[in-house]
Design a protein around this ligand. Structure first.
Ligand code: PAF
Length: 292
């Protein structure tokens, strides 16, 4: 597996694949790869002829005081993992290559409506940073398909909307969250947890499962949210939000809505953990539920 850092080298490398009519799948990541990322890479290999992975810790999506400086950078280890998964090409650009005019001078992509709620309310500018870098990566690589995890459900919707609004010629796929045996969603930020915090962290998934059961039992969304928040506090976490939303656009639910998602973010020590669970009230299991 070759590693390229420059945009020109990436484009040169992709030419023969395109000439031969091969389908290319891109898996954008920030590295520090875990089993969740590797599931995306395996899907890339199944879905397309060529699997391209990018590793770029994107400064634009981190706010002041967030963990950009300390975000784990583990390129050698990631490289070996990707090699073992049969990745065709790794693109790991430097910040200067992605933002040649600096971050302030960068043209930005804003996705209104979806970006300033939930995680966007606590992390102003975060989703503009995500949309901007993903748009750039898609333009750099021009893949046929781009694959993301559903753990970042709001991010996935932001990217889907951006691709649609900007008419980008790429299919966006979301894959179910990969979990530890105790239910904790895999995340690069789980590494920030102390052993004691790690033992408490599955409270997040337990609260989501409780919320799913209460919604199915007919409890009102605001009651479900209140109970979920309480469960997080009882589990030793500090909730940022615990919300029931319509899965298609993350708007507050009405009594007519049947395809829901429960989303939560909570602080545990140094880590801000996020997770979500799709809930179908039609009796038909959604993809995420079926996988958990
Ligand atoms: O989910 C991530 O790792 C990042 O937000 C992404 C999509 C690679 C953009 O930097």
């Amino acid at each position: 597996m070759e590693l390229v850092e420059k945009i020109t080298s990436l484009r040169r490398r992709l030419v023969p694949w395109r000439r031969d009519g091969e389908q290319i799948a891109l898996v954008p990541t920030m590295g520090n790869l875990h089993a969740g990322h590797l599931a995306l890479v395996r899907e890339a290999r199944r879905t397309a002829d060529r699997a391209l992975v990018s590793i770029f810790v994107n400064p634009l999506q981190f706010g002041p005081g967030e963990d950009f400086g300390s975000y784990p950078r583990t390129l050698d280890r990631d490289r070996k993992l990707l090699e073992a998964e049969g990745t065709d090409l790794l693109f790991a650009p430097q910040v200067k290559a992605v933002y040649p005019h600096g971050q302030e001078g960068q043209t930005r992509v804003e996705v209104p409506g979806l970006s300033d709620i939930l995680c966007g309310a606590s992390r102003p500018g975060h989703f503009a940073g995500v949309a901007t870098v993903v748009c750039k990566l898609l333009n750099m690589a021009q893949p046929d398909v781009a694959i993301f995890g559903e753990k970042d459900f709001q991010q996935l919707l932001v990217i889907q909307r951006m691709v649609k609004d900007l008419c980008l010629p790429v299919r966006v796929m979301g894959l179910p969250t990969v979990r530890e045996p105790d239910g904790l969603a895999m995340s690069s930020r789980n590494g920030y947890l102390t052993p004691d915090e790690r033992a408490r962290a599955p409270a997040l998934y337990r609260a989501l499962c409780g919320a799913r059961d209460r919604l199915r039992a007919g409890l009102a969304a605001d009651e479900v949210e209140r109970k979920g928040g309480e469960e997080l506090v009882d589990g030793g976490l500090r909730p940022d939000y615990f919300d029931v939303r319509r899965a298609s656009d993350l708007q507050p639910v009405t009594t007519q809505d049947e395809d829901l998602v429960v989303l939560t973010a909570a602080y545990l020590g140094k880590a801000r953990l996020i997770d979500n669970l799709r809930v179908s009230l039609t009796g038909e299991a959604s993809r995420t539920e079926a996988a958990t």
